[in-house]
Design a protein around this ligand. Structure first.
Ligand code: UD1
Length: 344
């Protein structure tokens, strides 16, 4: 019988790609999402790709009773992948309490309900933001946690601690914390991708919206950083590759292969690319010329960060595979498809 996995935030950007990979790997999926930052038709598109319609429950993870009902209805959930969270760095500075309530409250609900329903494990969406500006690059999981630059980043740090404390207290739960670097791209089918609410804050959606003419010009935030071309450096990871990391993490939990009850893995490519290099790569991959200008630095930006993904390579047997070119092309095809569908 297929093992059932609960995916919170499963209609979101990373969540939806992960549901596809879980189903492709033979898992049964229940999605819980409040649709606050995603569309219900994502479920249709997951079905188009995989031929399987995942169960979907429109519930807010902050609603304890609602979540209790979900666990009671699907009483054989083996593990959770917890994506559901607010994720806009700038908004978190404006509305810190919203971020603390949403991101921390929903995790606490999961951890409280897991023992009651004998759910063994949780995979948590963490971020390289916990490292701040690392002293040593590429950054390993052993690097110190730096003071968070935003309430959003702080919720990732606090949630990691909440999971550690819960497991240390003897709760019958184990966890894998995946620290994502910068997820970009879309599903090769162009049926799933990133759907920003309003003006995109992240680089690639801004690039594709500029390329298609929704935005007039991309602003490159700073060219006076201590990097070869002066722009910031990031580790851009393909979203399908990232999704696959969740499948191996789930398998590791369910097959009791963990070496510790809480494990942490960097999920990145191991390669740093500057903002200007990414823009060039986009133009080369798509043949579309991008209108951009250099402007001042954005407050709170890290100068450079990229992953040492060796632990994930070795322990999870996972590796980023997709080229930057194919990834940027997938983001562009997704943007074209959105236009075709009259969405953006
Ligand atoms: C941020 C968060 C990260 C979070 C991610 C997703 C921090 C330090 N990082 O990543 O934890 O998971 O958002 O929400 O909080 N850029 C431009 N022009 C633009 C947009 C971006 O030049 O219009 C540049 C930025 O200055 C940065 C790079 O592109 O150097 C990447 O920016 P972005 O996509 O927003 O991701 P991060 O800030 O790295």
């Amino acid at each position: 019988m297929k093992e059932r996995i609960l995916v919170t935030g499963g209609t979101g950007y990373i969540g939806s790609h992960t549901v596809v990979e879980l189903q492709n790997a033979g898992y049964d999926v229940v999605i819980v999402d409040n649709l606050s930052n995603s569309r219900a038709d994502v479920v249709d598109n997951i079905e188009k790709i995989t031929g399987i319609r995942p169960a979907f429950e429109k519930v807010d993870c902050l609603d304890f009773a609602g979540m209790d009902t979900v666990f009671a209805k699907y009483d054989d959930i083996k593990a959770i992948i917890h994506f559901a969270a607010s994720k806009a760095v700038g908004e978190s500075v404006q509305k810190p309490l919203l971020y603390y309530r949403n991101n921390i409250g929903s995790l606490i609900n999961m951890l409280e309900l897991m023992p009651k329903y004998k759910v063994e494990g949780i995979v948590f969406s963490s971020s390289c933001t916990v490292y701040g500006q690392p002293d040593v690059l590429p950054v390993t999981e052993k690097a110190p946690i730096k003071k968070a630059e935003s309430p959003y980043g702080n919720t990732k740090q606090i949630n990691e601690e909440i999971i550690r404390d819960t497991v240390a207290s003897g709760a019958p739960v184990s966890a894998i914390l995946l620290r994502y670097f910068n997820p970009i791209g879309a599903h090769p089918s162009a049926l799933l991708g990133e759907l920003p609410n309003g003006v995109p804050q992240n680089l690639v959606p801004y690039i594709t919206q500029t390329a298609i003419g929704i935005r007039e010009k991309l602003s490159v935030f700073g060219d006076d950083y201590n990097t070869p071309d002066g722009s910031c450096i990031r580790d851009f990871i393909n979203v399908v590759d990232l999704a696959k990391a969740h499948v191996v993490a789930i398998r590791r939990i369910l097959e009791h292969k963990q070496k510790e009850k809480v494990e942490v893995f960097n999920i990145g490519t191991g390669r740093g690319l500057s903002v200007l290099e990414l823009i060039n790569a986009f133009e080369k991959a798509t043949g579309v010329k991008l209108n951009y200008q250099i402007v001042g630095r954005r407050i709170g930006d890290i100068e450079k960060v990229w992953a040492n993904p060796e632990l994930a390579n070795k322990e999870l047997g996972w590796k980023a595979e997709t080229s930057t070119e194919d990834t940027l092309l997938s983001a562009w095809n997704w943007q074209l498809k959105l236009r075709e569908r009259g969405i953006q």
